[in-house]
Design a protein around this ligand. Structure first.
Ligand code: ZN
Length: 362
């Protein structure tokens, strides 16, 4: 890498255009290229088929980075201006305030398919994330699903986001695009409209996931979720489930870093059998997807299917972090819930002597 970087001055003599670009920006491109190559060779080592790199014409080059130097953020008469060395002073709209104590490290400019440019700032802040409580009192287990987006142990159920209007609009604009003459002006205009629909959908989805994950990270001390990375979870049958699992992954990634930021325990657990297992007695029974109620043949415990799953996830999560372990082993978890009870959330664990849930009900 260093050799190619040292060749940059020579390359500039060979190709004039390079001299018009801020030098650090070129170095970042070289670094990124080598990072990518390293990633690819790692894949190759692990037995994946790796093809050749593809040539990208300049018009497909839609992202560049200023790192460490060459850029400045300023206010000029109420307008925020991003000054880029060798390029321009660009008036920008800050969607999010940059903290006063933050050190600007880099800025990446990216052109979206809608034609809009976005600047992403990398900042460094001296902030130690809050410590995670050793005895979490507000704990929750979350089950993700298709009919309901999430269902947790506090019986909060959040439905999936309804984006049917947005999808309809996208399809309408796509149909219009298919009737336009390729590469005509009208085609280009319509292509942008389609890109805007895509961006709108994406933004609404992201917004929903941010709000949801923020809620859990802020409201709770411990969040137990299904670990979707566990082998076997990848082989979902239908396409819709595949798509849904991609969204759950995004949700869980957001949840994880937000928990880290808020000082909340984030506990992914093995999801195998969480829907089949009875929250009251632990006996597993087969349950087709359309059966929305959990009704245990073994102990008679009846509850909502998703609540049952969320509860099993929470129990596994608490076991995994081993918080309050050794405090009381008086009653085995499995026998704590009286047979035949219809509800009583958390009862099983309370009676099993977990200080965690005892504190919560107090
Ligand atoms: Zn049971």
């Amino acid at each position: 890498m260093s050799s190619l970087r040292s060749e940059l001055p020579d390359l500039k003599k060979w190709w004039d255009g390079l001299s018009d670009v801020y030098s650090r920006t070129l170095q970042v491109v070289v670094e990124r290229l080598f990072d990518n190559l390293k990633g690819l060779s790692k894949l190759k080592e692990n037995g994946y088929g790796v093809c050749h790199l593809k040539w990208k014409p300049p018009r497909e080059f839609r992202r560049f980075t200023y790192s460490q130097s060459g850029f400045k953020l300023d206010k000029k008469g109420g307008q925020t201006v991003l000054s880029l060395s060798k390029l321009a002073d660009i008036p920008i709209r800050l969607h999010r305030a940059i903290p006063d104590d933050a050190k600007l490290k880099q800025v990446t400019l990216k052109k979206e398919p809608t034609g809009k440019w976005f600047a992403t700032f990398g900042v460094e802040v001296d902030r130690v994330p809050p410590k995670k409580p050793t005895e979490p009192t507000d704990v929750v287990g979350i089950d993700v699903g298709i009919l309901k987006y999430v269902h947790d142990t506090d019986s909060t159920a959040v439905g999936s986001l309804d984006l049917s209007d947005e999808r309809e609009r996208l399809e309408r604009e796509q149909r219009k695009l298919s009737r336009k003459q390729h590469w005509s002006n009208n085609y280009e205009k319509q292509r942008q409209r389609v890109a805007e629909c895509h961006a709108d959908l994406k933004q609404k989805r992201q917004d929903f996931l941010h709000k949801l994950s923020n809620y859990y990270a802020k409201e709770y001390d411990l969040v137990a979720v299904e670990d979707l990375n566990v082998a076997g979870m990848m082989q979902f049958g239908s396409n819709s489930r595949n798509r849904a699992s991609a969204a759950w992954r995004t949700f869980l990634q957001m949840l994880e870093y937000k928990c880290e930021r808020e000082g909340t325990h984030y506990v992914p657990v093995n999801p195998r059998g969480t829907t089949k297992e009875c929250a009251a007695c632990g006996v597993s029974s087969e349950k087709p997807v359309w059966v929305r109620e959990h009704s245990c043949l073994s102990c008679g415990f009846t509850t909502d299917r998703d609540w049952n799953a969320a509860y099993n996830i929470l129990v596994r999560g608490l076991k995994k972090v081993d918080i309050g372990a050794g405090c009381s082993e008086s009653a085995p978890v499995e026998t704590a819930l009286p047979t035949g009870t219809g509800a009583v959330p958390a009862k099983r664990v309370i009676e099993a002597g977990s200080p965690v849930l005892t504190a919560r009900s107090a």
